[in-house]
Design a binder for this molecule. Structure first.
Ligand code: T3D
Length: 263
């Protein structure tokens, strides 16, 4: 697609989007945001794509906003960091939370600033053992953004989230796994293969059920038990009527692997 700051390739139902400015630790620029958005458009539209993997080239996942890029100027004539969030980061984070296919953030190395919170907007995070995550904002006099102040307390609890944000400490991969921010840590040498194996599993899985599971998880934060139970019944009605659900049960009875079609 003629991208200059990312790479996007699709294989076996998996679209892998790689942030590709390794000499800048894949720091995010406006151009990169535009390309990322176009790559997500393509992955969403392509029926053959069932899973999206977001990762980084070289030794980092991404070092957050490119700090050499000028901030937009606000109506008062002053640099407006919030304007950039409203224009670029907030739509990306909302889009990832609502993305209709399974999304994986593959943290191959340092995952810093806004990029950490973009990763947290993906469904599942895997990390290479050498990776770390850092809410670096306070180190440069900024406030965590890209949804970090929303997602972190929900994942790790209020006090721990506050400590991560105030200290801006680099948290090693194994601790991220213990805190529940990362699902699994793999050795650096096998990291890409392990992530690819999970991605292929999702790509051949029941896509409709995955979409409904994501919907249930996404809205559960705001629902009480009664509302969530009613939602589950509705979603199960849809899933249960799908070809995939029929195939899943048939495959179980016939003692063979299911062949899901995503409908
Ligand atoms: O508009 C707004 O600003 C609001 C939006 C804010 C969103 C945010 O994401 S704020 C947070 C921004 N990110 C950071 O504060 C992290 C900055 N980077 C670092 O602190 C360090 O680079 C790391 C801790 C991530 C890694 O350290 P290290 O020692 O492994 O690598 P390094 O040598 O610092 O970095 C390698 C190169 O990448 C280096 O360039 P050089 O010296 O080789 O020419 C470095 O300047 C460059 N680089 C790293 N991070 C960024 C960057 N260049 C531009 N922007 C970066 N964020």
């Amino acid at each position: 697609m003629g991208f200059t700051t990312i790479r996007s390739e699709t294989r076996e139902g998996v679209a892998t989007i790689t942030l590709a400015r390794p000499d800048r630790l894949n720091a995010l620029t406006s151009v990169m945001h535009g390309e990322l958005s176009a790559a997500l458009d393509a992955a969403e539209a392509d029926e053959a794509v069932r899973c999206v993997v977001l990762t980084g080239e070289g030794r980092a996942f991404s070092a957050g906003q490119d700090l050499t890029e000028e901030r937009p100027i606000g109506p008062d004539g002053k640099p407006d960091a919030g304007g950039r969030l409203e224009r670029l980061y907030n739509p990306l984070v909302e889009r990832l939370y609502a993305f209709p296919k399974v999304t994986i953030a593959a943290l191959n190395g340092p995952t810093v600033g806004a990029s950490a919170n973009i990763a947290l907007a993906c469904d599942i995070l895997f990390a290479a053992r050498s990776a770390y995550l850092q809410q670096a904002f306070a180190r440069i006099g900024l406030v965590p953004d890209a949804g970090g102040t929303w997602s972190l307390p929900r994942i790790v609890g209020a006090k721990r989230a506050l400590a991560l944000m105030l200290t801006a400490d680099q948290i090693p991969a194994e601790e991220l796994e213990r805190m529940g921010l990362v699902y699994k840590v793999f050795d650096d040498a096998t990291f890409r293969d392990e992530v690819a194996s999970y991605a292929r599993r999702f790509a051949s899985g029941p896509a409709l059920a995955y979409r409904l599971i994501k919907e249930a998880a996404r809205v559960s934060e705001a629902n009480d038990l009664k509302t969530q139970l009613a939602l589950e019944a509705n979603l199960q009605r849809k899933a249960g009527a799908s070809e995939d659900a029929r195939e899943g049960v048939m495959a179980f009875r016939e003692k063979r692997a299911p062949r899901y079609k995503g409908r």
